[in-house]
Design a protein. Structure first.
Length: 136
């Protein structure tokens, strides 16, 4: 009777170990990975041109902010803002719109093909310190 019980427990443990490996694969196949549907940015534009950037950088770290946006670039280099990938405050929207009125993509970048005219996603970098100065 004891031998029968030992054999039964051995058989049960053998079968239970075999099923766990198979069920683990089934679970991992059923899980979906989240996919970012937003295309990668084709370029990074520094909309704040700070001539004293290197001098200020020596004094201490400067804070930068990056906003990913969908823009349209015309053949002359003017950037028209179409939409943001993430919601932004009205203050940031108005500041970036103000900066993009005078910002132009350099002709060298357009001629070399690094930046192509048309609708695309780009990253817009700005200095938050200048954002505060813009409001005053």
């Amino acid at each position: 009777m004891k031998t029968l019980l030992v054999l039964f427990l051995f058989l049960l443990s053998l079968l239970s170990c075999q099923d766990t490996n198979r069920s683990g694969k089934d679970v991992s196949e059923d899980m979906e990975e989240p996919v970012d549907t937003t295309p990668k940015a084709t370029a990074i534009f520094w909309v704040d041109k700070d001539k004293d950037y290197q001098a200020k950088k020596k004094d201490g770290p400067l804070s930068l902010r990056t906003v990913k946006a969908r823009v349209e670039i015309d053949s002359l280099g003017k950037v028209n803002l179409l939409a943001y990938t993430k919601p932004q405050s009205q203050r940031i929207k108005s500041y970036l719109q103000y900066r993009l009125e005078v910002f132009r993509v350099k002709k060298v970048m357009l001629d070399s093909g690094f930046v192509k005219p048309g609708v695309q996603y780009v990253q817009l970098r700005y200095l938050p310190g200048k954002l505060d100065a813009h409001r005053r």
